[in-house]
Design a protein around this ligand. Sequence first.
Ligand SMILES: [Zn+2]
Length: 688
Amino acid sequence: MNMIPSFSRFALVCAVLGAILASTEEKSAPEVHGIVVANMDRSVKPGDDFFRYANGNWMKRTEIPPDRGAVDVWTKLGDLTDKRTADLVAEIAKSNPPVGSKERKVADLYNSYMDEAGIQSTGLAPLRPHLDAIAAIHDKRELARALGETLRADVDALNNTNYHTANLFGLWVAPGFDDPDRYIPYLLQGGLDMPDREYYLSDSEPMRKTREQYKAHVGNMLKLAGFSEPKARAGRIVELEHAIAEVHRSLADSQDIHKANNKWTQADFRAKAPGLDWSEYFQGAGLSKVESFIVWQPEAFTGESAVVRSAPIETWKDWMAFHLIETYGEVLPQALADEEFAFFGKELSGVPQQLPRWQRAVFVVNGLLGDVVGQVYAQKYFSPEAKARAEAMVANLIAGFHKRIEALTWMNPSTKAEAEAKLSTLYVGVGYPESWHDYSNYEVKADDIFGNLWRGGLSEYRRQVGRLGNAVDKKEWSMAPQTVNAVNLPLQNALNFPAAVLQPPFYDPEAPAASNYGAIGTVIGHEISHTFDTEGRTFDAKGRLRNWWTPDDLKHFEAATAQLAAQYDTYKPFPDLSVNGKQTLAENIADVAGISAAYDGYRASLAGREAPVQDGLSGDQQFFVAFGQNWGEKMRDEALRQEVLTDPHAPARYRALEVRNIDAWYTAFDLKPGEKLYLAPVERARIW
Ligand SMILES: [Zn+2]
């Protein structure tokens, strides 16, 4: 599970569309180390609204830029990192690297994305052979084969948590639930173009309006691509997706590991999910020799397969053609790219204007050749001293976590021993990986952005399929060093902290310990504690899915976490939409536990002394304000709605309120019953 949403939803151009939701702060504040007192609103009582107390003045003077769905501290740092990455790409290009080298691929990929004139003059020609192939399908057998050919490794259930693919299904290759030493195939539901089933099924007024806009958008894309009767086709496509949405598992249920471990052999697909010609599908996907799969949401496979049988073949062909055009809309001629942005940017995220093209090009390079640039980035921006310092802090937090486990009064010794074993064998990657991805099978051409994206998705798919059955590399990373995020990989029992997140404002060697522990310390603690959240606790030290809990301990854990889920259910960003306590539970547990571990680490770092008061704030107060400032954000309503519906993380404004569960926060700010955020001691979620 990652630290913040990465918004990677849309197949291989995911990062491009995801960028719509990214954000930035217009001008940077003057050089300060530690918490930014000028960003606080000290007229607000911390016990009434801690989010505003920590961020209120920043919110008053900050506007969401026209090319953003939101503005926050994460993406401000993301912008700086993207700029540095773009500069590195420019340097690489200037050095005129030899044809075939990985550096040349970076330069060609970036430049082909930037070549707007070339894209305009090529028109729809790159799509043509693919559209012709779809038009030539004339029975359901050929349809099944063609659907299989669209399968990509574009979902990720547990690491970067991306449950969405617009293809019929999505493949995730990862260590096995029952055999964590080998890579096995997981299949996830798919087929929806909009981000989640709720967009198709919700009865609320805003969602019904979005559906109308969507239908118009589908028609517009088909019309621009030269299809006859675009409106009628759009109506049928949306109806088909509605039927798929009805059989989809909800996001909250998809996160329940116990419902995900369903091993199906090839024969099981035919018996349990009749309708789709599975042998043709697996042939098309190049998976016919694979004996079994883990089917994440079996009822969706049964349901979607039945829809393949019941819906007319012409509708399915239109659906395929539309999804193809839609996936590549970003790199098609202007009219299509604009229509694509009008729906996904303006309607779904409320963003009036696109991000600059160079930045979208950086996302594409990061997505398809991330390690090539990442290697150079890490060399230039992450010194051995920075690495050593960050590693020391991580070790300190892990030691603190050991102590917390030892001190738990509710947990039996046998469960504690298992938890300790997990913590002791945790692999922590800091800054950058120990080995780098090889892109030798990826062909990049200087003047062919469509082909570069197409081949990029395919080459990654083949790489993933190629390692099925192979031994797992427990030290493999799932994030590039130039990513402002962090991640826990439960099946590898590993953490990654990329170089880009280990810098100010999260980590600043010149800042007081209070703010470093409150900012990056809580992030590190968050990732460590994913090891023991609702999902993490189901894996053992080897990454195997195994129940190592006594019934009593499990009962306590479930009661404590249910309390936290209920707490988050009460937050209501819209009259028709609440935060989903179950969907966001794992992340909320990680936040509460992360603050606790970081607070312990902070107190330990003082070695019995008290921290100096700064701007009238005690050390403990600075610690909690630093945590609150991690989550300063302003977000457009449409983007917020999308986040609530599709993200395992609660919106940042509610993450800042996790402090309600920490006793030391009450002491630090001298909170009294009756203040809005006050929880009686028994109401505070105490988990780790
Ligand atoms: Zn997380």
